[in-house]
Write a protein that binds this ligand. Structure first.
Ligand SMILES: [Zn+2]
Ligand SMILES: [Zn+2]
Length: 335
């Protein structure tokens, strides 16, 4: 389902750019996602052109995020000086969101500029982390990145490192995961084990980087009851996907919980309607009765920024539209 080859990524980018033509109001999230696919396809110059396009337009919603992504991309294909200048500008602007800071710091880290990476992470942590407030996923990721770079520099723990350790709940503690001595010690005795450790560190870095520099929700489709009735009346071929409305709701909650348990960040639910689904099918020159079209439709709605974050707070109304709170409805143990 996910694009794998460079050609797949190019195809996906083209599809997103076509969608941006259809929905100009959702252009920014669509172009950012298209640029990410072009980067993955190795078409870095074209990705830069998309970032420039967004920055030259009127009032981008997330100018510092776009700049940081542009810098990360430029540095990958030989434009180091320009990338550094952009990163300096992002730091000086002191954005109020964690994502631009983390992308800037990780770009420095990826090019072995560890002191500058540490300084960038630290500026961001001082500016954005308020222990009295809830630590969001994006802030935790920032603190984890900072912890990693500081371990590589052999710096002693400070408050923010301790906080990063406390927030990290995975089986392997952060200090073990980020311990450079362990890597060096292993290196002398067993190259295979060293390689495994390096791979593990890279994977960890990669998963945060993916989550952050691709801040796109992984969304699940929700057909409101009347829409689902209309859909199945028009396209009975889709009944296998949606046996009943109740089962559809249970499936949504179960899929999202499974994704959350597997560590997928940034989850959401997108509302589906029959007219928008038919319009999407027409734009893909495919019959709406084709089940394989449903995941593409979902991705496209999410790429347009239409997902509602999941889970909702337990005391907020449930996502399903019942009048109950999430905790008493699908967020409870009964589902
Ligand atoms: Zn630690
Ligand atoms: Zn519910």
């Amino acid at each position: 389902m996910r694009p794998d080859t460079p050609a797949d990524h190019t195809t996906e980018a083209e599809r997103l750019l076509r969608t941006a033509g259809q929905y100009p109001e959702d252009r920014e999230p669509l172009l950012l996602r298209a640029a990410a696919h072009l980067e993955l396809a190795g078409d870095r110059a074209r990705a830069t052109a998309l970032y420039d396009d967004l920055l030259s337009g009127s009032e981008p919603a997330e100018p510092f995020l776009i700049r940081a992504l542009k810098a990360a991309n430029l540095w990958e294909y030989g434009h180091e000086a320009e990338a550094r200048a952009i990163i300096t500008g992002v730091r000086a602007a002191r954005p109020a969101e964690p994502a631009p800071w983390e992308i800037a710091a990780e770009t420095l880290e990826a090019h072995d500029e560890l002191e500058d990476a540490e300084a960038t992470f630290t500026e961001a942590a001082r500016l954005l982390v308020d222990p009295a407030q809830e630590i969001t996923y994006a802030l935790q990721s920032l603190l984890t990145g900072r912890h990693r770079v500081r371990r590589l520099l052999a710096l002693p723990h400070d408050e923010h490192d301790t906080l990063a350790d406390r927030l990290h709940t995975a089986a392997v503690p952060l200090d073990e995961l980020h311990d450079p001595k362990r890597l060096w010690a292993l290196g002398s005795s067993d190259p295979a084990e060293l390689q495994a450790e390096i791979t593990r560190l890279r994977t960890e870095l990669g998963s945060y980087r993916t989550a952050l520099s691709r801040p796109f929700p992984v969304a699940v489709l929700h057909w409101p009851e009347a829409e689902l009735d209309e859909l199945l009346a028009a396209y009975p071929e889709l009944e296998a996907e949606y046996p009943t409305y109740r089962a559809h709701l249970t499936d949504i909650e179960a899929s999202l919980r499974e994704l959350a348990q597997s560590g997928t960040p940034n989850l959401g639910i997108v509302p589906a309607t029959v007219p928008s689904y038919e319009a999407f099918a027409a734009s893909e020159s495919t019959s709406p009765a084709t089940p394989a079209l449903l995941p593409q439709y979902t991705t496209t709605l999410a790429a347009r920024g239409l997902a509602t974050p999941w889970p909702p707070p337990r005391t907020s109304p449930c996502w399903c539209g019942s009048k109950e709170t999430y905790g008493d409805c699908h967020g409870g143990t009964k589902s």
